[in-house]
Design a protein around this ligand. Structure first.
Ligand SMILES: NC(=O)c1ccc[n+]([C@@H]2O[C@H](COP(=O)([O-])OP(=O)(O)OC[C@H]3O[C@@H](n4cnc5c(N)ncnc54)[C@H](OP(=O)(O)O)[C@@H]3O)[C@@H](O)[C@H]2O)c1
Length: 475
């Protein structure tokens, strides 16, 4: 029997990893049993092998919504997605065991485009209202769109980094990228912060009735998938600059805040009376992929050199250099399609299925090589995660797109760095987002449609400055 038809929103779907996620979802869903839905993990506790029997579902149709700021780019992406899918289906038809599923799926596939600028609250509200008018429910929201205002590379620091930390580390967590400081949005908020975080928070809050409808119809929660990065590190967090307007690492700062916000929302959703039956929050990262993200930072020649270095890193064993957007999409597509029973919530109690050691290494053991990239902070986080799990406390997980040296992708898991130290900050950030969301809801109701910039630079600006500067720590 077919499963409920998913209605999936992907932000920033027109290029890079967002496009890779769409392409991979379509390819997956057109299979009778989507490959990325297959369980990747196994329980280490005897008698709790629910994930071993977790069903892999089959879909006879879907709606994919491309949430992009440029109509032209989105329509081109749609055409490329359909052409790619049609090629895959045509190749599948030639196989002797072809069962016709892909043709049924293709006939019931809709790809929609809805314009949204994540850095403009009014645009996000309009987007959500358009979605509510057009679709009966939303099953998945993939919060992928992201931007950084790069200005270049600090070449001296790059050379120093390669000499001191080695090539692979330097192209995994590059500390030498230069970016604008203090870029503000039309709403008077930190622009990188609003684009990468707050725009998605508005979507999560404003689309809740559509997640609720999905949960009510099909007795399963909608899934919110937050796109983070390996670069989300505690060292880029500053309580007094939570909108990231003073820092010269606003991009990395947004990624660590995403870790904290998504983990807090997930924790809250699982509490008694939480929203876990309506919507579940998951944190993923794509590894390191070659995309448009660094346009403006390096010229074409260095862009090609960067790609070659990524392949060298992979050949030398870096599991994080997923390189292609399709490969980088695997953590998001697996989390979107796997049975909830097959998604682990513990590092110590699960192992990766591809791990054949006897006794098997746990996910905690597997995460150590990635955590070692972060020196003290990584090892401290590993110890913290182990202790918390042993005491039955919540440990937020981040699902990673990874690869072997031949480019064969799989999903890895790591704990959110220094969660215990930042648990209160995660609460603080969610409260800030919620406070701002409520302010913008009132402004939308008051100013009505069409006052895109008007409302923003007036009331919200004074409010947000009040939030940013006038609120005491942990208030
Ligand atoms: N590439 C990597 O190695 C890497 C590593 C870690 C995390 N990530 C994360 O992966 C996500 C996708 O990045 P990518 O590498 O695929 O980069 P990309 O190719 O530049 O894609 C970014 C997407 O986000 C969209 N976007 C940016 N600002 C927007 C806004 N204000 N409103 C609406 N859409 C907006 C872009 O639209 P336009 O085309 O209109 O600009 C584009 O579709 C980001 O969240 C990024 O932080 C990437």
């Amino acid at each position: 029997m077919s499963s409920p038809r998913p209605i999936i929103i992907v932000t920033g779907a027109n290029s890079g990893i967002g496009f890779g996620i769409c392409e991979r979802l379509l390819s997956d869903l057109s299979h009778t049993l989507p490959p990325d839905a297959k369980p990747q993990f196994k329980s280490l506790s005897p008698g709790t092998a629910a994930q071993d029997v977790a069903p892999t579902e089959s879909y006879d149709g879907a709606t994919l919504i491309l949430a992009c700021r440029s109509e032209k780019k989105a329509l081109e992406a749609k055409q490329r997605l359909l052409q790619g899918l049609d090629r895959r289906i045509a190749a599948g038809r030639r196989r002797a065991d072809y069962d016709g599923h892909a043709d049924v799926f293709r006939a019931n596939l809709k790809i929609g485009f809805h314009q949204v600028d994540m850095s403009d609250a009014h645009s996000v509200f309009q987007f959500c209202e358009e979605i509510a008018r057009t679709y009966p429910y939303v099953s998945h929201l993939v919060c992928n769109a992201g931007c950084a205002f790069w200005t270049g590379v600090d070449k001296l620091s790059a050379v120093r980094s390669i000499l001191n930390r080695g090539l692979i580390w330097s192209i995994t967590l590059p500390p030498f990228k230069l970016q604008h400081t203090g870029k503000m949005s039309v709403d008077g908020l930190g622009c990188t912060w609003q684009s990468n975080i707050f725009g998605h928070y508005i979507m999560y809050r404003h689309l809740k009735p559509l997640f609720t409808e999905y949960a009510a119809r099909y007795s399963r929660p909608a899934r919110l998938i937050w796109q983070s990065s390996l670069e989300g590190q505690p060292c880029w967090y500053d309580h007094d600059d939570w909108q990231l307007v003073k820092t010269d690492h606003s991009y990395e700062g947004t990624k660590f805040q995403i870790d904290l916000i998504a983990s807090k929302l997930n924790e809250r959703s699982l509490l008694p009376g939480g929203e876990g039956h309506v919507v579940r929050h998951f944190l993923v990262h794509p590894g390191i992929a070659h995309s448009n993200m660094t346009n403006g930072m390096v010229y074409a020649f260095f862009d090609t050199l960067k790609l070659i270095l990524f392949y060298i890193a992979r050949w030398f064993g870096s599991p994080n250099h997923t390189i292609t957007p399709y490969g980088a999409a695997i953590s998001a597509t697996h989390i979107a399609l796997a049975s909830l029973l097959a998604i682990p919530s513990s590092l110590l109690a699960f192992a990766h299925r591809k791990n054949t050691d006897d006794p098997p290494r746990s996910l905690w053991d597997d995460s150590l090589s990635t955590l070692s990239l972060y020196a003290d902070c990584g090892m401290e986080s590993a110890a913290e995660a182990r202790d918390r799990e042993q005491h039955g406390q919540y440990v937020p997980l981040k699902f990673s797109s990874q690869t072997d040296s031949h480019g064969e992708g799989y999903v890895g898991v790591m704990p959110v760095l220094q969660w215990a130290k930042h648990a209160e900050e995660s609460e603080f950030l969610v409260e800030k987002c919620e406070g701002l969301y409520q302010t913008f809801v009132k402004l939308e109701a008051k100013d009505g449609k069409g006052k895109v910039n008007g409302h923003a630079n007036g009331h919200a600006n004074s409010h947000t400055n009040g939030h940013a500067n006038g609120t005491s720590r942990h208030s």
